[in-house]
Design a protein around this ligand. Structure first.
Ligand code: GLC
Length: 550
Protein backbone atom coordinates (compact mmCIF):
# COMPACT_ATOMS: atom_id res chain seq x y z
CA UNK A 1 0.00 0.00 0.00
CA UNK A 2 1.27 3.43 -0.87
CA UNK A 3 1.57 5.96 1.91
CA UNK A 4 -1.17 8.18 0.56
CA UNK A 5 -3.87 5.53 0.26
CA UNK A 6 -5.40 6.19 3.65
CA UNK A 7 -4.85 9.95 3.68
CA UNK A 8 -7.45 12.67 3.42
CA UNK A 9 -6.43 16.07 2.10
CA UNK A 10 -8.06 19.40 2.87
CA UNK A 11 -7.85 22.29 0.45
CA UNK A 12 -7.61 25.72 2.03
CA UNK A 13 -7.94 28.68 -0.32
CA UNK A 14 -5.80 31.10 1.68
CA UNK A 15 -7.37 34.25 0.29
CA UNK A 16 -10.76 33.17 1.63
CA UNK A 17 -9.90 31.06 4.63
CA UNK A 18 -9.27 33.45 7.53
CA UNK A 19 -8.13 37.04 7.65
CA UNK A 20 -6.02 38.00 10.66
CA UNK A 21 -5.09 41.55 9.62
CA UNK A 22 -8.48 43.06 8.83
CA UNK A 23 -7.62 43.83 5.21
CA UNK A 24 -10.44 41.63 3.97
CA UNK A 25 -8.17 38.93 2.57
CA UNK A 26 -7.21 35.70 4.22
CA UNK A 27 -3.58 35.02 5.11
CA UNK A 28 -1.15 32.33 6.24
CA UNK A 29 -1.59 33.25 9.88
CA UNK A 30 -5.28 32.68 9.36
CA UNK A 31 -4.59 29.12 8.27
CA UNK A 32 -2.35 28.69 11.31
CA UNK A 33 -5.07 30.00 13.61
CA UNK A 34 -7.43 27.36 12.28
CA UNK A 35 -5.09 24.37 12.54
CA UNK A 36 -6.92 23.02 15.61
CA UNK A 37 -10.11 23.00 13.56
CA UNK A 38 -8.42 21.04 10.77
CA UNK A 39 -6.74 18.63 13.20
CA UNK A 40 -10.10 17.99 14.81
CA UNK A 41 -11.60 17.19 11.43
CA UNK A 42 -8.93 14.52 11.09
CA UNK A 43 -7.27 15.48 7.80
CA UNK A 44 -3.64 14.57 7.11
CA UNK A 45 -2.52 17.23 4.72
CA UNK A 46 -3.50 20.78 3.80
CA UNK A 47 -3.25 21.89 0.20
CA UNK A 48 -2.73 25.63 0.02
CA UNK A 49 -3.51 27.48 -3.20
CA UNK A 50 -0.72 29.79 -4.39
CA UNK A 51 0.40 32.42 -1.88
CA UNK A 52 3.55 33.46 -3.78
CA UNK A 53 4.24 36.96 -5.01
CA UNK A 54 1.76 37.67 -7.73
CA UNK A 55 -0.17 40.52 -9.33
CA UNK A 56 -3.27 38.38 -8.55
CA UNK A 57 -4.76 38.63 -12.01
CA UNK A 58 -5.69 34.97 -11.69
CA UNK A 59 -5.75 34.86 -7.89
CA UNK A 60 -2.14 33.81 -7.51
CA UNK A 61 -1.95 31.41 -10.46
CA UNK A 62 0.04 34.18 -12.10
CA UNK A 63 3.24 33.70 -10.11
CA UNK A 64 5.87 36.44 -10.11
CA UNK A 65 8.29 34.70 -7.73
CA UNK A 66 7.98 30.99 -6.90
CA UNK A 67 10.10 31.08 -3.76
CA UNK A 68 8.44 33.91 -1.93
CA UNK A 69 5.34 34.80 0.08
CA UNK A 70 3.22 37.64 -1.21
CA UNK A 71 2.97 40.30 1.51
CA UNK A 72 -0.79 40.09 1.24
CA UNK A 73 -0.55 36.56 2.70
CA UNK A 74 2.20 37.32 5.23
CA UNK A 75 5.91 36.56 5.37
CA UNK A 76 8.21 33.58 4.88
CA UNK A 77 8.45 33.42 8.65
CA UNK A 78 4.67 33.04 8.84
CA UNK A 79 4.96 30.20 6.37
CA UNK A 80 7.66 28.48 8.41
CA UNK A 81 5.55 28.85 11.54
CA UNK A 82 2.52 27.44 9.80
CA UNK A 83 4.48 24.45 8.56
CA UNK A 84 5.96 23.76 11.99
CA UNK A 85 2.65 24.17 13.79
CA UNK A 86 0.88 21.93 11.32
CA UNK A 87 3.51 19.23 11.83
CA UNK A 88 3.09 19.46 15.58
CA UNK A 89 -0.55 18.64 15.06
CA UNK A 90 0.22 15.74 12.76
CA UNK A 91 -0.54 17.49 9.49
CA UNK A 92 1.61 18.30 6.48
CA UNK A 93 1.37 20.95 3.81
CA UNK A 94 0.82 20.49 0.10
CA UNK A 95 1.87 23.45 -2.05
CA UNK A 96 0.50 24.48 -5.40
CA UNK A 97 3.18 24.54 -8.10
CA UNK A 98 2.15 26.58 -11.11
CA UNK A 99 4.94 25.50 -13.42
CA UNK A 100 3.25 25.69 -16.81
CA UNK A 101 3.39 29.48 -16.91
CA UNK A 102 4.64 32.51 -15.02
CA UNK A 103 3.13 35.91 -14.56
CA UNK A 104 4.34 38.41 -17.14
CA UNK A 105 5.48 40.34 -14.04
CA UNK A 106 8.02 37.57 -13.31
CA UNK A 107 11.63 38.70 -13.53
CA UNK A 108 12.27 36.17 -16.32
CA UNK A 109 9.57 37.61 -18.52
CA UNK A 110 10.66 41.15 -17.76
CA UNK A 111 14.25 40.31 -18.69
CA UNK A 112 13.00 38.65 -21.84
CA UNK A 113 11.10 41.80 -22.71
CA UNK A 114 14.23 43.84 -22.05
CA UNK A 115 15.89 41.81 -24.80
CA UNK A 116 17.85 39.17 -22.89
CA UNK A 117 18.07 36.21 -25.24
CA UNK A 118 18.55 33.73 -22.38
CA UNK A 119 15.16 34.62 -20.92
CA UNK A 120 13.42 34.87 -24.25
CA UNK A 121 14.17 31.17 -24.56
CA UNK A 122 12.27 30.62 -21.31
CA UNK A 123 9.00 31.37 -23.06
CA UNK A 124 7.24 30.27 -26.21
CA UNK A 125 7.79 33.05 -28.72
CA UNK A 126 6.82 32.74 -32.35
CA UNK A 127 6.67 34.86 -35.49
CA UNK A 128 3.22 35.66 -36.88
CA UNK A 129 2.09 33.83 -39.99
CA UNK A 130 3.05 35.33 -43.31
CA UNK A 131 -0.29 37.09 -43.56
CA UNK A 132 0.45 38.75 -40.24
CA UNK A 133 -2.05 36.69 -38.24
CA UNK A 134 -1.31 34.89 -34.97
CA UNK A 135 1.29 32.09 -35.08
CA UNK A 136 -1.52 29.52 -34.64
CA UNK A 137 -5.30 29.62 -34.30
CA UNK A 138 -5.27 28.31 -30.70
CA UNK A 139 -7.77 29.68 -28.23
CA UNK A 140 -6.93 30.64 -24.65
CA UNK A 141 -8.75 28.71 -21.92
CA UNK A 142 -9.97 32.04 -20.61
CA UNK A 143 -11.29 33.10 -24.02
CA UNK A 144 -9.75 34.93 -26.99
CA UNK A 145 -6.55 34.08 -28.86
CA UNK A 146 -3.78 32.17 -27.04
CA UNK A 147 -1.16 34.59 -28.36
CA UNK A 148 -0.28 38.16 -27.42
CA UNK A 149 2.26 40.53 -28.96
CA UNK A 150 5.71 40.30 -27.36
CA UNK A 151 6.24 44.04 -26.90
CA UNK A 152 7.08 45.62 -30.24
CA UNK A 153 9.35 42.82 -31.44
CA UNK A 154 6.80 41.65 -33.98
CA UNK A 155 6.73 38.27 -32.24
CA UNK A 156 3.99 36.73 -30.13
CA UNK A 157 4.15 34.80 -26.86
CA UNK A 158 1.90 31.87 -26.02
CA UNK A 159 -0.53 32.11 -23.11
CA UNK A 160 -2.93 29.20 -22.73
CA UNK A 161 -4.57 31.12 -19.88
CA UNK A 162 -4.72 34.87 -19.28
CA UNK A 163 -2.55 37.28 -21.24
CA UNK A 164 -0.58 37.88 -18.05
CA UNK A 165 0.22 34.14 -17.72
CA UNK A 166 2.97 33.36 -20.23
CA UNK A 167 3.60 29.67 -20.97
CA UNK A 168 7.09 28.46 -20.14
CA UNK A 169 9.24 26.66 -22.66
CA UNK A 170 9.84 23.32 -20.94
CA UNK A 171 11.91 22.14 -23.90
CA UNK A 172 14.61 24.47 -22.67
CA UNK A 173 16.73 22.49 -20.14
CA UNK A 174 17.45 25.73 -18.26
CA UNK A 175 13.72 26.16 -17.57
CA UNK A 176 13.54 22.61 -16.27
CA UNK A 177 16.51 23.29 -13.99
CA UNK A 178 14.75 26.39 -12.64
CA UNK A 179 11.70 24.25 -11.87
CA UNK A 180 13.87 21.70 -10.07
CA UNK A 181 15.25 24.53 -7.94
CA UNK A 182 11.76 25.73 -7.06
CA UNK A 183 10.53 22.30 -5.98
CA UNK A 184 13.75 21.67 -4.02
CA UNK A 185 13.41 24.99 -2.25
CA UNK A 186 10.08 23.96 -0.75
CA UNK A 187 11.10 20.34 -0.17
CA UNK A 188 14.04 21.49 1.89
CA UNK A 189 11.69 23.49 4.07
CA UNK A 190 9.83 20.30 4.90
CA UNK A 191 6.87 20.54 2.55
CA UNK A 192 5.47 17.04 2.02
CA UNK A 193 3.02 17.51 -0.81
CA UNK A 194 2.77 19.20 -4.18
CA UNK A 195 -0.20 19.87 -6.39
CA UNK A 196 1.04 20.54 -9.90
CA UNK A 197 -1.19 22.98 -11.73
CA UNK A 198 -2.24 22.02 -15.31
CA UNK A 199 0.89 19.87 -15.47
CA UNK A 200 -0.26 17.85 -18.47
CA UNK A 201 0.04 20.97 -20.61
CA UNK A 202 3.77 21.51 -20.17
CA UNK A 203 4.85 19.52 -23.23
CA UNK A 204 4.36 21.67 -26.29
CA UNK A 205 5.65 20.47 -29.64
CA UNK A 206 8.68 22.08 -31.18
CA UNK A 207 6.67 23.08 -34.20
CA UNK A 208 3.30 24.62 -33.36
CA UNK A 209 0.60 24.24 -35.96
CA UNK A 210 -2.97 25.33 -36.54
CA UNK A 211 -5.63 23.22 -34.88
CA UNK A 212 -8.19 21.58 -37.12
CA UNK A 213 -10.85 22.25 -34.46
CA UNK A 214 -9.86 25.90 -34.15
CA UNK A 215 -9.18 25.47 -30.41
CA UNK A 216 -5.99 23.47 -30.10
CA UNK A 217 -6.28 21.50 -26.84
CA UNK A 218 -5.37 18.22 -28.52
CA UNK A 219 -2.12 19.73 -29.78
CA UNK A 220 -0.70 20.53 -26.36
CA UNK A 221 -2.45 18.21 -23.88
CA UNK A 222 -0.85 14.94 -22.63
CA UNK A 223 1.98 15.03 -25.17
CA UNK A 224 4.39 12.12 -24.55
CA UNK A 225 7.09 14.64 -23.72
CA UNK A 226 5.02 15.92 -20.78
CA UNK A 227 5.46 12.49 -19.18
CA UNK A 228 9.20 12.71 -19.78
CA UNK A 229 9.40 16.14 -18.16
CA UNK A 230 7.43 14.96 -15.13
CA UNK A 231 9.64 11.89 -14.75
CA UNK A 232 12.72 14.07 -14.83
CA UNK A 233 11.28 16.42 -12.20
CA UNK A 234 10.39 13.42 -10.06
CA UNK A 235 13.88 11.96 -10.36
CA UNK A 236 15.60 15.23 -9.49
CA UNK A 237 13.34 16.35 -6.66
CA UNK A 238 10.50 14.62 -4.80
CA UNK A 239 11.40 11.15 -6.10
CA UNK A 240 14.44 11.27 -3.83
CA UNK A 241 12.20 11.22 -0.76
CA UNK A 242 9.88 8.43 0.24
CA UNK A 243 7.16 10.42 1.95
CA UNK A 244 6.09 13.02 -0.61
CA UNK A 245 2.56 13.08 -2.00
CA UNK A 246 2.08 14.59 -5.44
CA UNK A 247 -1.06 15.25 -7.42
CA UNK A 248 -1.22 16.47 -10.97
CA UNK A 249 -4.08 18.63 -12.14
CA UNK A 250 -4.91 17.16 -15.53
CA UNK A 251 -6.83 19.25 -17.93
CA UNK A 252 -8.91 17.09 -20.35
CA UNK A 253 -6.92 13.91 -19.88
CA UNK A 254 -7.67 10.23 -20.56
CA UNK A 255 -7.65 7.13 -18.35
CA UNK A 256 -4.71 5.83 -20.35
CA UNK A 257 -2.68 8.91 -19.57
CA UNK A 258 -4.00 9.00 -16.00
CA UNK A 259 -2.46 5.57 -15.49
CA UNK A 260 0.85 6.68 -16.92
CA UNK A 261 0.97 9.72 -14.68
CA UNK A 262 0.09 7.86 -11.50
CA UNK A 263 1.20 4.22 -11.77
CA UNK A 264 4.06 4.04 -9.21
CA UNK A 265 6.25 2.19 -11.69
CA UNK A 266 6.23 5.18 -14.00
CA UNK A 267 7.84 7.43 -11.38
CA UNK A 268 5.75 10.45 -12.25
CA UNK A 269 3.09 11.41 -9.69
CA UNK A 270 1.17 9.84 -6.80
CA UNK A 271 -2.25 10.64 -8.26
CA UNK A 272 -4.19 12.89 -10.57
CA UNK A 273 -7.24 15.12 -10.64
CA UNK A 274 -9.40 14.54 -13.70
CA UNK A 275 -12.48 16.59 -14.48
CA UNK A 276 -14.74 14.66 -16.78
CA UNK A 277 -17.24 13.95 -14.00
CA UNK A 278 -17.59 17.68 -13.44
CA UNK A 279 -18.67 18.39 -16.99
CA UNK A 280 -21.88 16.38 -16.88
CA UNK A 281 -23.88 19.59 -16.59
CA UNK A 282 -22.20 21.25 -19.58
CA UNK A 283 -24.58 21.42 -22.53
CA UNK A 284 -22.73 20.24 -25.65
CA UNK A 285 -19.52 20.39 -23.65
CA UNK A 286 -19.86 24.15 -23.13
CA UNK A 287 -19.27 25.49 -19.64
CA UNK A 288 -21.38 28.65 -19.88
CA UNK A 289 -24.69 26.82 -20.24
CA UNK A 290 -27.32 25.58 -17.83
CA UNK A 291 -28.38 21.98 -17.86
CA UNK A 292 -29.46 19.54 -15.15
CA UNK A 293 -26.60 17.10 -14.59
CA UNK A 294 -26.68 13.90 -16.61
CA UNK A 295 -26.70 11.25 -13.90
CA UNK A 296 -26.10 8.27 -16.17
CA UNK A 297 -23.15 10.03 -17.70
CA UNK A 298 -21.81 10.94 -14.26
CA UNK A 299 -21.90 7.30 -13.20
CA UNK A 300 -20.39 6.12 -16.43
CA UNK A 301 -17.46 8.49 -15.98
CA UNK A 302 -16.90 7.72 -12.29
CA UNK A 303 -17.03 4.03 -13.09
CA UNK A 304 -14.70 4.31 -16.05
CA UNK A 305 -12.11 6.15 -13.93
CA UNK A 306 -12.51 3.88 -10.92
CA UNK A 307 -12.25 0.64 -12.86
CA UNK A 308 -9.79 1.88 -15.46
CA UNK A 309 -7.30 3.40 -13.03
CA UNK A 310 -7.54 0.34 -10.83
CA UNK A 311 -6.83 -2.01 -13.75
CA UNK A 312 -3.75 -0.02 -14.67
CA UNK A 313 -2.63 0.50 -11.06
CA UNK A 314 -3.17 4.24 -11.28
CA UNK A 315 -4.59 6.35 -8.47
CA UNK A 316 -7.39 8.94 -8.49
CA UNK A 317 -7.74 12.07 -6.42
CA UNK A 318 -11.42 12.03 -5.37
CA UNK A 319 -13.25 15.33 -5.27
CA UNK A 320 -16.41 17.24 -6.08
CA UNK A 321 -15.23 20.71 -5.16
CA UNK A 322 -12.28 22.98 -5.57
CA UNK A 323 -11.58 26.68 -6.15
CA UNK A 324 -12.51 26.35 -9.84
CA UNK A 325 -15.84 24.61 -9.44
CA UNK A 326 -19.27 25.75 -8.33
CA UNK A 327 -20.35 24.11 -5.07
CA UNK A 328 -21.33 20.49 -5.66
CA UNK A 329 -24.37 20.54 -3.37
CA UNK A 330 -25.88 23.33 -5.45
CA UNK A 331 -25.04 21.36 -8.57
CA UNK A 332 -25.84 17.72 -7.85
CA UNK A 333 -28.31 17.95 -5.01
CA UNK A 334 -30.92 20.02 -3.27
CA UNK A 335 -29.28 22.12 -0.55
CA UNK A 336 -32.54 23.95 0.02
CA UNK A 337 -34.77 21.02 0.96
CA UNK A 338 -32.20 18.35 1.80
CA UNK A 339 -29.02 20.15 2.83
CA UNK A 340 -27.75 17.48 5.23
CA UNK A 341 -28.68 14.56 3.01
CA UNK A 342 -27.22 16.16 -0.12
CA UNK A 343 -23.91 17.08 1.49
CA UNK A 344 -23.38 13.76 3.22
CA UNK A 345 -24.52 11.64 0.27
CA UNK A 346 -22.09 13.39 -2.04
CA UNK A 347 -19.31 13.11 0.52
CA UNK A 348 -19.90 9.42 1.14
CA UNK A 349 -20.07 8.64 -2.57
CA UNK A 350 -16.47 9.71 -3.07
CA UNK A 351 -14.96 9.05 0.36
CA UNK A 352 -15.71 5.35 0.06
CA UNK A 353 -14.31 5.07 -3.47
CA UNK A 354 -10.81 3.93 -4.40
CA UNK A 355 -8.53 6.99 -4.35
CA UNK A 356 -7.55 9.85 -2.09
CA UNK A 357 -10.38 12.17 -1.03
CA UNK A 358 -10.00 15.95 -1.05
CA UNK A 359 -12.25 18.23 0.97
CA UNK A 360 -12.54 21.81 -0.24
CA UNK A 361 -12.97 24.39 2.50
CA UNK A 362 -16.57 24.90 3.51
CA UNK A 363 -17.79 21.70 1.90
CA UNK A 364 -17.62 20.04 5.32
CA UNK A 365 -20.12 22.56 6.72
CA UNK A 366 -22.48 22.62 3.76
CA UNK A 367 -21.49 25.93 2.17
CA UNK A 368 -23.36 26.73 -1.05
CA UNK A 369 -23.05 28.97 -4.10
CA UNK A 370 -23.59 32.62 -3.10
CA UNK A 371 -26.19 33.53 -5.77
CA UNK A 372 -24.88 37.06 -6.28
CA UNK A 373 -27.22 39.61 -7.82
CA UNK A 374 -24.77 41.74 -9.80
CA UNK A 375 -21.89 41.19 -12.13
CA UNK A 376 -19.94 43.66 -10.00
CA UNK A 377 -20.04 41.13 -7.15
CA UNK A 378 -17.77 38.82 -9.18
CA UNK A 379 -13.99 39.09 -9.20
CA UNK A 380 -12.80 36.07 -11.18
CA UNK A 381 -11.04 36.80 -14.45
CA UNK A 382 -12.56 33.82 -16.27
CA UNK A 383 -16.03 34.99 -15.22
CA UNK A 384 -15.34 38.54 -16.35
CA UNK A 385 -14.08 37.36 -19.73
CA UNK A 386 -17.10 35.10 -20.15
CA UNK A 387 -19.39 38.01 -19.29
CA UNK A 388 -17.78 40.13 -21.99
CA UNK A 389 -17.90 37.37 -24.58
CA UNK A 390 -21.50 36.43 -23.89
CA UNK A 391 -22.44 40.12 -24.15
CA UNK A 392 -20.68 40.32 -27.49
CA UNK A 393 -22.61 37.24 -28.58
CA UNK A 394 -25.85 39.11 -27.96
CA UNK A 395 -26.98 37.53 -24.67
CA UNK A 396 -28.99 39.79 -22.37
CA UNK A 397 -27.80 40.72 -18.90
CA UNK A 398 -30.32 38.51 -17.12
CA UNK A 399 -29.40 35.41 -19.09
CA UNK A 400 -25.70 36.02 -18.53
CA UNK A 401 -26.14 36.46 -14.81
CA UNK A 402 -28.16 33.29 -14.57
CA UNK A 403 -25.43 31.21 -16.12
CA UNK A 404 -22.66 32.95 -14.19
CA UNK A 405 -24.55 32.33 -10.97
CA UNK A 406 -24.41 28.61 -11.70
CA UNK A 407 -20.96 28.35 -13.21
CA UNK A 408 -18.60 31.04 -11.94
CA UNK A 409 -15.46 29.95 -10.14
CA UNK A 410 -16.27 32.58 -7.50
CA UNK A 411 -19.03 30.25 -6.30
CA UNK A 412 -16.48 28.33 -4.29
CA UNK A 413 -14.12 31.19 -3.50
CA UNK A 414 -16.40 32.99 -1.05
CA UNK A 415 -15.04 33.49 2.47
CA UNK A 416 -15.11 30.54 4.82
CA UNK A 417 -18.12 30.81 7.12
CA UNK A 418 -16.71 30.56 10.62
CA UNK A 419 -19.44 32.19 12.67
CA UNK A 420 -22.84 33.90 12.64
CA UNK A 421 -21.19 37.27 13.32
CA UNK A 422 -20.56 39.93 10.69
CA UNK A 423 -18.77 38.74 7.54
CA UNK A 424 -19.13 35.23 8.90
CA UNK A 425 -16.22 35.79 11.27
CA UNK A 426 -13.86 35.69 8.29
CA UNK A 427 -12.60 39.26 8.61
CA UNK A 428 -13.09 42.38 10.65
CA UNK A 429 -12.67 44.42 7.46
CA UNK A 430 -14.46 44.32 4.11
CA UNK A 431 -14.17 40.85 2.54
CA UNK A 432 -12.60 40.83 -0.93
CA UNK A 433 -15.51 38.68 -2.13
CA UNK A 434 -19.00 38.94 -0.67
CA UNK A 435 -20.02 36.43 1.99
CA UNK A 436 -23.08 34.34 0.98
CA UNK A 437 -26.24 35.40 2.79
CA UNK A 438 -26.77 32.06 4.49
CA UNK A 439 -23.78 32.46 6.84
CA UNK A 440 -26.04 33.03 9.84
CA UNK A 441 -27.22 29.45 9.68
CA UNK A 442 -24.37 27.79 7.80
CA UNK A 443 -21.24 28.36 9.84
CA UNK A 444 -18.73 26.49 11.96
CA UNK A 445 -19.49 28.08 15.30
CA UNK A 446 -23.22 27.91 15.70
CA UNK A 447 -24.65 26.25 12.62
CA UNK A 448 -26.44 23.12 13.80
CA UNK A 449 -26.65 21.73 10.31
CA UNK A 450 -23.03 22.61 9.65
CA UNK A 451 -21.97 20.70 12.73
CA UNK A 452 -23.95 17.66 11.73
CA UNK A 453 -22.38 17.63 8.28
CA UNK A 454 -18.93 18.07 9.78
CA UNK A 455 -19.46 15.17 12.18
CA UNK A 456 -20.35 13.01 9.22
CA UNK A 457 -17.14 13.98 7.43
CA UNK A 458 -15.19 13.09 10.56
CA UNK A 459 -16.71 9.64 10.55
CA UNK A 460 -15.91 9.13 6.87
CA UNK A 461 -12.31 10.18 7.47
CA UNK A 462 -12.00 7.79 10.39
CA UNK A 463 -13.48 4.90 8.43
CA UNK A 464 -10.75 5.24 5.79
CA UNK A 465 -8.17 4.86 8.55
CA UNK A 466 -9.91 1.92 10.19
CA UNK A 467 -10.79 -0.15 7.16
CA UNK A 468 -8.10 -1.15 4.71
CA UNK A 469 -10.88 -2.18 2.35
CA UNK A 470 -11.74 1.49 1.93
CA UNK A 471 -8.21 2.72 1.42
CA UNK A 472 -7.02 -0.08 -0.81
CA UNK A 473 -9.80 -2.52 -1.70
CA UNK A 474 -10.95 -3.26 -5.24
CA UNK A 475 -13.90 -1.44 -6.75
CA UNK A 476 -16.87 -2.76 -8.71
CA UNK A 477 -20.07 -0.96 -9.64
CA UNK A 478 -23.39 -2.77 -9.37
CA UNK A 479 -26.64 -2.03 -11.18
CA UNK A 480 -24.88 0.79 -12.94
CA UNK A 481 -27.91 1.60 -15.06
CA UNK A 482 -30.22 2.26 -12.09
CA UNK A 483 -32.23 5.42 -12.73
CA UNK A 484 -31.36 7.21 -9.48
CA UNK A 485 -28.82 5.16 -7.55
CA UNK A 486 -25.06 4.83 -7.78
CA UNK A 487 -24.02 1.66 -5.94
CA UNK A 488 -20.66 -0.04 -5.71
CA UNK A 489 -18.72 -2.73 -3.89
CA UNK A 490 -15.29 -2.56 -2.34
CA UNK A 491 -13.39 -5.67 -1.39
CA UNK A 492 -10.11 -6.80 0.14
CA UNK A 493 -8.98 -10.02 1.79
CA UNK A 494 -10.84 -9.24 5.01
CA UNK A 495 -13.94 -7.24 4.17
CA UNK A 496 -16.52 -6.38 1.59
CA UNK A 497 -18.34 -3.05 1.61
CA UNK A 498 -21.54 -2.19 -0.22
CA UNK A 499 -22.27 1.51 -0.79
CA UNK A 500 -25.63 2.71 -2.08
CA UNK A 501 -26.28 6.37 -2.92
CA UNK A 502 -29.55 7.93 -3.98
CA UNK A 503 -28.82 10.99 -6.12
CA UNK A 504 -32.41 12.22 -6.22
CA UNK A 505 -34.98 13.87 -3.97
CA UNK A 506 -37.44 11.00 -4.19
CA UNK A 507 -37.64 7.50 -2.76
CA UNK A 508 -35.69 4.90 -4.74
CA UNK A 509 -35.74 1.13 -4.57
CA UNK A 510 -32.59 -0.92 -4.66
CA UNK A 511 -32.60 -4.68 -5.17
CA UNK A 512 -30.01 -5.96 -2.73
CA UNK A 513 -27.84 -8.76 -4.16
CA UNK A 514 -28.72 -12.13 -2.61
CA UNK A 515 -25.32 -12.67 -0.97
CA UNK A 516 -25.74 -9.47 1.04
CA UNK A 517 -28.94 -10.50 2.74
CA UNK A 518 -27.05 -12.31 5.47
CA UNK A 519 -24.08 -11.42 7.59
CA UNK A 520 -23.86 -7.74 6.66
CA UNK A 521 -23.87 -4.97 9.20
CA UNK A 522 -24.56 -1.28 8.88
CA UNK A 523 -21.35 0.75 8.45
CA UNK A 524 -22.47 4.34 7.97
CA UNK A 525 -25.45 6.21 6.58
CA UNK A 526 -27.23 9.56 6.67
CA UNK A 527 -30.54 8.08 7.86
CA UNK A 528 -31.30 5.96 10.93
CA UNK A 529 -29.46 2.66 11.00
CA UNK A 530 -31.31 -0.38 9.60
CA UNK A 531 -30.74 -3.82 8.21
CA UNK A 532 -30.52 -4.94 4.66
CA UNK A 533 -33.66 -6.37 3.15
CA UNK A 534 -34.33 -7.67 -0.31
CA UNK A 535 -35.83 -4.47 -1.57
CA UNK A 536 -34.11 -1.58 0.09
CA UNK A 537 -36.05 1.67 0.12
CA UNK A 538 -33.82 4.71 -0.02
CA UNK A 539 -35.05 8.07 1.18
CA UNK A 540 -34.30 11.29 -0.77
CA UNK A 541 -30.53 11.67 -1.09
CA UNK A 542 -29.98 8.79 1.26
CA UNK A 543 -26.55 7.20 1.39
CA UNK A 544 -25.96 3.93 3.20
CA UNK A 545 -23.05 1.50 3.46
CA UNK A 546 -22.82 -2.05 4.80
CA UNK A 547 -19.84 -4.18 5.67
CA UNK A 548 -19.31 -7.93 5.70
CA UNK A 549 -16.43 -9.93 7.09
CA UNK A 550 -14.97 -12.52 4.76
C1 GLC B 1 -5.67 25.67 -12.79
C2 GLC B 1 -6.08 26.38 -11.54
C3 GLC B 1 -6.89 27.58 -11.92
C4 GLC B 1 -6.00 28.48 -12.74
C5 GLC B 1 -5.40 27.74 -13.93
C6 GLC B 1 -4.26 28.50 -14.54
O1 GLC B 1 -6.73 25.17 -13.51
O2 GLC B 1 -6.77 25.50 -10.71
O3 GLC B 1 -7.40 28.25 -10.81
O4 GLC B 1 -6.75 29.56 -13.21
O5 GLC B 1 -4.87 26.50 -13.57
O6 GLC B 1 -3.14 28.49 -13.71
Amino acid sequence: MEKFHDKVIYQAYPKSFKDTTGNGMGDLNGVREKLPYLADLGVDMIWLNPFYQSPQNDNGYDVADYCSVDPMFGTMEDFDDLLAEAKKRGMDLMLDMVLNHTSTAHEWFQKALAGEKKYQDYYILREPKEDGSYPTNWVSKFGGPAWAPFADTGKYYLHLFDETQADLNWRNPEVREEMVKVVKFWLEKGVKGFRFDVINLIGKDEELIDATDGVGKYLYTDRPIAHEFIRELNEKTYGQYDDIITVGEMSSTTVENGIKYSNPEQNELSMIFSFHHLKVDYKDGEKWTIMPFDFQELKKILDEWQAGMSDGNGWNALFWNNHDQPRSNSRFGDPKNYPFETATMLAQTIHLLRGTPYIYQGEEIGMTNPNYENISDYVDIETKNAYRELKENGWDEKEILEVIREKSRDNSRTPMQWAESEHAGFTTGEPWLKVPENYRTINVKSGKLSNEIRDYYKQLIQLRKEYAVISRGTYRAIQLDHASIYAYLREDERHEVLVVNNFYGKIALFEVPEEWLQGASHLIGNHPERNLEKSLELQPYETIAFVKKK
